[in-house]
Each structure stands twice: as C-alpha cells, then as structure tokens.
Design a protein around this ligand. Sequence first.
Ligand SMILES: [Zn+2]
Length: 344
Amino acid sequence: MLRLTSEQILEKIRKAFSPFHVVAELQDYHRKLGFRVYGENDELVGTCEGALVEDRHSGKPEAADQRTRATTCEARAKDFGPVVRRIGNSLGTGMMPVIVKQIWTANAYRNFNYLIACSETGEALAIDPLDHEKCLKAAKEEGWTITQILNTHEHRDHTGGNEAMVRKTGATILAHKNARDKIADMARGLSAGDVVKVGKTVELEVLDTPGHTMCHVCLLSHTDQPALFCGDTLFNAGAGNCHNGGHPEELYKTFDQQLAKLPPSTLIYPGHDYMENNLRFTLNREPDNKSARKMLDKLAGQDPNSAYVSTLEVEGEINTFFRLTSPTVIAKLREVLSRIAREA
Ligand SMILES: [Zn+2]
C-alpha cells in the first residue's frame, strides 16, 4: 500500500481545494491530522479531519484510512460536517489550543450547541446542550468526555438538555449566579471575571451580560484570536430580544460597554443561527449597507452544519446593534418614531 507523508497528503489536499487556502493541524488528542480550509477573504469555509493517524509504534505518520483520504480530496468545502476549530495554535508551535465544535441542532429554534475541549486531556465543556444526543455523539466521535455544562441563560431551549446530559455523564452545571432558582441542580454560580477551566489547557473568562435575560453570561477565550460564546446576547447581525425576562437598556449597556470593546478579531459563536433573517433586518434598517447585502448574497441558504463564523469586526459592519451611529440607521429610526408619534 502506498504510504504518504503528511506533507504529501497536505499537498494533495491543497491541490484539490485550490483556490482555497488549506492549513494543516495535528489533532494531538487522537493523533490525527486535520485541515482547515479558508476562502478568498480568509474566512473559514470548512474543516476536515481523519486524513491521517500516527503509527503508535514507530511514531511515524501513516495514511491510516485510504477511503477517508480519497473522500477528503474529492469533498467540497461546503459538504463538511460540524466545524471543529482550534484557536490559538498552528501545527508545530507548541501552543495549547482551545478546540471548539459547533453543533447544529436542526431544530425549529435553530439552536447551536457547542463543545469546547482540552487538547491534552480530552475533557469537554458543553454549552447549552439542548440536543444532548448530538452533543454526546460528537463528543464520542472526538474521544472527548463531557465534564461540565455551561448554560448561558435560563431559557428552556438552552437548559432543556441538562437533565439527560447530567444523567449520562455526571457533568456539573455552571450558570449565572442569579440563575440558581431558575436552573435545576446548578453546581457553580458565575460572576463577571470568573474563570471556567476545561481540562488542563482551556481557560474561559466569564462576562456578565444582562439584556436578553438578567442572568446571562458569555464566555471569552483568551487565545491569540479570542472567541466569544455569546448565547442569546449577540447573534450574527442581530441581538437577542428582551421579551422574556430581559431589559433593552441593559442590553444596550452590554453592547456598548462590554461587547463593542472586545478585540475586532474576536470570533462570534452565538446560540442560534438567525443570520439570514437578521441580515434582512439589517437591510431593512439600512438599505445602503453594502456589506450586509454582500453577506446575504453569500450566505443565503448556507448549510448550518458548517456555518460561517463571523468576527466582531464583521459584526461592526453588518449588525444594526453595533451601528447606532450610522446616518441611515438614525434617519430610519427618526422616520419610525415620528410615525409612532403621529399615530399616538
Ligand atoms: Zn433565550
């Protein structure tokens, strides 16, 4: 059987994905080589894994699964499964990465669940694991053990998987300190500035982000490219509503005083996929927003199994809630307000 080195495989994959930009990475927790595929504007369009495992005896890499490799070479970026992303690391730097798996639930609420794993121990934190079965399956595939559950807030579409997940894994539940009477069996109450550790290598900072509800937390990774797990506070091109226990002024403060101040490169991992609808909202408020128009053309009908991951910088261009000083947004709001005043 023809044995290829990792470099040769990478070369083949680069060719197959041209003109996409492919980066290889060693998934050291189970000795696999994975690949990230980037588009023209350096946006992540997909990842694939399982192309290679290291021979445990000789320590030399070998092509373990010819079929996987062949499929990988033929696959198109858009056909990939759940995106696994490693932040803060590239092959060979020796830096400890944060591993993120975004799980599309395909339910009516369009929830995203997340697993965040330690590359050294395989321990994982599940964020809002409503679809506990998909989360458990994903963890099993990766060889991870879920030891903690983090609820961003108390709504049922975020906490509904807790009970089954705890039953099957014994994981402990973490949530905002004021959610104790709203979330059953909470083991740890979180305050702003607390650190959530996952295994040995992952540390996530707790942000207290009221607005969608008054006990909402976001998690921020302190990686070279930070990542924000923002539940229903911030969506792609939108924000969570305040109808079920929230407060618009608090939400405004959270955006203005906390989110807007994070590094522009921060990756945005929201609790739902509402991007397409939200972009239409942006264009309704700001019909001349060219970035939102371009993004809608590009992402309409995207497969949420490999969803586009935005950054805070991108949100600054397409998210009305970060664009309250835009002359068009102000003019449109004036129009609406004067209409309400006339009708009153
Ligand atoms: Zn909610």
